[in-house]
Structures are given as C-alpha cells and as structure tokens.
Design a protein around this ligand. Structure first.
Ligand code: NAI
Ligand code: 13P
Length: 329
C-alpha cells in the first residue's frame, strides 16, 4: 500500500498543521480551505494568519478552494469540524481513497460518531481516525508529538501511520476506532469543565478530581459503546484529556474559563471563528449517554451551564451533593 499523493481537507488550525506535518519530509500536499483568504495567504505567503498565526508554512503546501482538485489523492486527511463533516464529505468528488478523520465530536441530531457519518456518506472509502494530545501550533512548529491512528484494517492503519510519521510526529496504531473517537469527543466537554474550575477559582484539587472523575465518565460511556479501556487510557483519551484540561491553549478550556468567570455561553460563542467542539458535543453526548443508560454527571453539568439553565455555584453544589459511592463503581 503506498499513498503518494495526500490531500488535507480543512484549512483551520489543525488541517494546516497536518499539511505542515506531511510537507515536512518534502512531500507535496494539497490543502482545501473554505476561506478564499486562507487559500490566498497559503499560496502567496506560506502562512495562515486567520487560523494558525505566526507559524511559517512549508512552500510544499499548495492550497485550493476547489474540492474537485483532490480527486486524484491516494488518501485524504479530513479536518473540518464535526458538525460540517457530512456536508463536506457529500461534496467530495466520488472515489474510494482512505479517509483519515480528525474531527473530535459527535454529530448533533443523529448521535453518530465521525466514522459512522463517513461510512454513511462515503461507503467505498476505508476509514481511519487520528486523535491525541496535539495542539496545532506545537505540531506545526515541529515540536515532539505522539498521536493514535485507529483503523479497523490493521494493515491499512499501519501503512497510513508509516506515511504520516515524521521524526517529531509519532502515530501509534490501534484497531479501536470507536475508542479513539470517544476519547477525543468526550475530553472536549471535560476540558470545558476544567476551564470552569479555573475561571471560578475552585482550586487545583477540584481540577484533579474533575480530570479523574471525568475520565471515569469517559470510560463508562466508552465501554457501553464498545471502546476498549486501553484506548481510552491512551493518547486519544487520557493523554488528550490531560493536555486540554491544563492549558488556556485549549479553546474548550478557555470557553469553560469564561463560563466560570460568569460570562454567559451565548456571549462566549457569538461570532467566533474558531471551533470549541465541546459546546456542540455536550448536549448530544448527554443524550447519547442517556440512550445507553450511562451516568455522566460532569457532562450533564457542562450541558446545563452551556444552555444557561444553571449557575456555576448550582452545578458545583449539585455535583458535590451526589450520594457517596465506591470509586470503581
Ligand atoms: N486545533 C487543534 O489543536 C486541534 C483540533 N482538532 C480538531 O480538528 C477539527 C478542526 O479544528 P481546527 O482546525 O482547530 O478548526 P479552527 O477552529 O482552527 O477553524 C475552524 C474551521 O472550521 C471551518 N468551517 C467553518 N464553517 C464551516 C462550514 N460551514 N463548513 C465547513 N467548514 C467550516 C473553517 O473553514 C475552519 O477550517 C475539530 O474537530 C478539532 O476538535 C484536533 C486536534 C487538534
Ligand atoms: O484537541 C486539541 C488538542 O489535542 C485541541 O483542543 P481545543 O479544541 O480545546 O483547542
């Protein structure tokens, strides 16, 4: 299996960083961006000031506004936000090139994971999921990063991992697609919760408790949906949870910090150009958890805060007043 020509779909921070990874060994890469200004600045100035400021980009990255230009790619890295995956895949030229899905979320309305959406829209394309602790600006600057590449077809997964691996970018193979997806989707909601703890000044003990109990929620939900614990405790789950629960570089953490400071969600989410996936994942995750009979009280609390249905004080009091229970239960 050889994947000579790679395309990246989505010219936000992470798509641009993935194009930079691919180009870093001298490979040509074609990047589809929705915004004409991104296409122009990548081609004319080797930069993406809109979504990935400051980082100089490789001249091996060429940008296009036409999805049709990606028709002859051997594999496509798909990096549009979760709620736009279906519409963008539907516009792709027909083909059966493998898709490497990077969005971390669950589709609103259908409760489908990204791999399930892709399987519906592009049934001929094999699917892999790339997920882990990977701030785009660090990856684009070549700082050391490890990530999970999950694919049900282990041979294909290993071949894709080998194609994307670079000295500073190390994919670990897995065949647990659902686990990699659930880790990435759930951690975004928990990062919002950790931001709330920071913004409301609730202390570092509270943050550690939240990471730990949030991880317990991720595992409960993941197991109910067929994920494996070792995936959830790996890079795509716990690894990414630790990263985004400890840094204002995370858009989800920053959103939560604003909520914790008392700013309404409607104000924090209005007119934003960058995505905080946890905000759209929280309500659908709360529904999906209910559907499989799994308790996710922290996810429920984030959901209530985002919907403006409860104050920070009220959700904290509610979480602390829950009946005492055994830790592993
Ligand atoms: N930024 C990061 O460090 C990482 C992000 N991700 C994930 O990658 C995905 C993309 O995130 P970023 O690249 O950071 O986005 P971003 O926040 O930098 O940019 C927003 C993106 O949304 C796109 N967009 C807006 N409206 C759209 C529409 N109607 N149709 C299609 N696309 C539309 C924009 O073109 C742009 O590519 C998300 O699921 C995110 O969770 C994953 C790993 C790291
Ligand atoms: O997923 C990420 C890093 O792994 C990026 O996190 P945010 O979307 O919260 O910025």
């Amino acid at each position: 299996m050889s994947f000579t020509k790679l395309g990246v779909i989505g010219g936000g921070a992470w798509g641009t960083a993935m194009a930079q990874v691919i180009a870093s060994d001298g490979s040509d890469v074609l990047l589809w961006a929705r915004e004409a200004e991104v296409v122009d600045s990548v081609n004319a100035s080797h930069a993406n000031p809109l979504f990935l400021p400051v980082i100089p980009l490789s001249p091996k990255i060429r940008a296009t506004a036409a999805l049709a230009d990606l028709a002859d790619c051997d594999a496509l890295v798909i990096v549009v936000p979760a709620q736009f995956l279906r519409s963008v895949l539907a516009e792709l030229p027909a083909g059966d090139a493998p898709l490497i899905l990077c969005a971390k979320g669950i589709e609103a309305g259908t409760q489908l994971l990204m791999s399930e959406v892709a399987a519906e829209v592009r049934p001929a394309s094999p699917i892999a999921v790339l997920s882990g602790p990977t701030f785009a600006h660090e990856v684009a600057a070549g700082q050391p990063t490890a990530i999970t590449l999950a694919c049900a077809d282990a041979d294909l997964g290993r071949a894709l991992a080998a194609r994307l691996a670079r000295p500073g970018f190390r994919p670990y193979s897995s065949d647990d697609v659902v686990g990699a997806e659930i880790g990435g989707a759930v951690k975004n909601v928990l990062a919002i919760a950790c931001g709330v703890v920071e913004g409301a000044g609730l202390g570092q003990n509270a943050r550690a408790a939240l990471i730990s109990r949030g991880f317990a929620e991720m595992v409960r939900f993941g197991l109910a949906r067929g994920a494996r614990v070792e995936t959830l405790s790996g890079l795509a789950g716990l690894g990414d949870l630790v990263l985004t629960c400890s840094s204002t570089s995370s858009r989800n953490f920053s959103l939560g910090k604003g909520l914790g400071e008392g700013i309404p969600a409607s104000e924090l989410l209005a007119d934003r150009r960058t995505v905080a996936e946890g905000a759209s994942t929280a309500p659908v995750l709360a529904q999906a958890a209910k559907a499989v009979g799994v308790e996710m009280p922290i996810v429920g609390a984030v959901n209530a805060l985002l919907a403006g249905e409860a104050s920070v004080r009220a959700v904290v009091d509610q979480l602390l007043a829950r009946p005492l229970r055994a830790e592993g239960a």
